[in-house]
Design a protein around this ligand. Sequence first.
Ligand code: NAD
Length: 484
Amino acid sequence: MNQFTAGKHHDLLIDGQRVPAASGRYFETRDPSTEEVIALVAEADAADVDAAVRSARAAFEGTWGQMRPADRGLALLRLAEFVRRDQEELVELESLDSGKPVSAVRRQDLPAVIDTLIYYAGWADKISGQVIPARTDALTYTVREPMGVVGAIIPWNFPLMIGMWKIAPALACGCTVVLKPAELTPLTALKIGELALEAGIPAGVLNVVPGFGKTAGQAIVDHPDIDKVTFTGSPGVWRQILQGAAGNLKRVTLELGGKSANVIFPDADLDSAVKAAGSGIFFNTGQVCSAGSRILAHRSIYDEVVERLVARAQGVRLGDPRDSGTSMGPLISGTQMERVLNYIEIGRNEGARIAVGGARHGDRGYYVAPTVFAGVEHEMRISQEEIFGPVAAVIPFEDEDDAVRLANGTSYSLAAGVWSADITLGHRMTRRLKAGTVWVNTYGPTDVRLPWGGMRDSGYGREHGDIAIENFTEPKVVWINTGR
Ligand code: NAD
């Protein structure tokens, strides 16, 4: 058993202290591969969020706000070092809580967390304004000031990585944070909070309040002393977030869902295209906001794409996340498994054909076999709605215009992929596809230096890169009368 979970009871982290919830309540967190309870976690609600906000406000106005920006950067670098030191414990813990294969967390999530910390550590002392010569009788310039207290609400699919996408830039800017991890994966956020203290980040700068969306999450959204809410989660929640945030006109960034199209033209390198299409939908058991859940294949290669994709699905090694040979773990919860199985049933009833998979795998753990639907029509629900599981819908298209119509024909606009040997077609498609990211002859990579996010039901604003610095700062104009 992992050192961190061995204690079983995990308290909140508020003002640098591990404290029980004011209500005294705890909730269970489970290992999705065995369905067993691995720990009990203190359940924050409005009272605890309020205590965390007060601590974050004090740290913002005190220690953290007064710290030299370069020293904030050094503190983030020290945190990166402690994450590296404890990476095996973090890998195990993330895998235990989320069901992600250890091999994937080790290869992808942990390096991304460290990279994010180092990248934003570098930003801390480089956030500057501009001298703008607006007048001859004044010196006019801008400075960028930290927004204040940030409420960060994160999902369960990449708890460590998405958490750090918010914590690192917020802290680099001089903000303080109240972080609410998803109720299904609270453990690594608490561990990161402890490491931050060990790295010399003062008490109150990063508070961690595990709890449920409707209570702890909503309390963050509604809190009058939070200046900014950064949310990653399901599209169904954005309206509540915006309504709550309207109370004191909080700044808001939303990263939501997707139903991304991966478009394969007939001249594509099919080996690479289908390999990437497979990992594009089966990676992280399909629980990825930018999953390539719609594979659009030109009619002339449609059957071959389906056949090859079936072979890829059959090659997926579904199993114990702790086994280093496992390439796909379980879904996060029984509810999510039921949701995915229900969508498979919907697809069947809509008349799509299951080419492979289509059922639960085993009877212990929330496993669903990698599934490929052929004969999918654009209007079907399995082609329009985010399933958030290992379920690919393969849809034929006739020509470029048809591919664009289908790819753009959902309520989402997060990501898209294009496969073709024709570079002019590739470039043209990047212009025609409505998405926050368009990949050409690859699918799925992200980098914290590049803006990330989408439009419409996929989100509001962007994260990453210098945009995240804008997300956590406000410009201020200084106008100094110099006379003539
Ligand atoms: P979710 O919306 O159920 O939960 C996300 C977080 O929001 C959790 O911490 C939850 O407790 C909290 N929450 C729920 N209701 C709330 C409310 N009313 N007020 C405040 N907080 C609330 O989402 P999920 O099921 O955990 O995550 C999966 C979703 O996240 C998918 O739709 C996926 O596409 C999306 N996602 C998007 C991105 C992106 O970058 N665009 C990345 C990963 C996941």
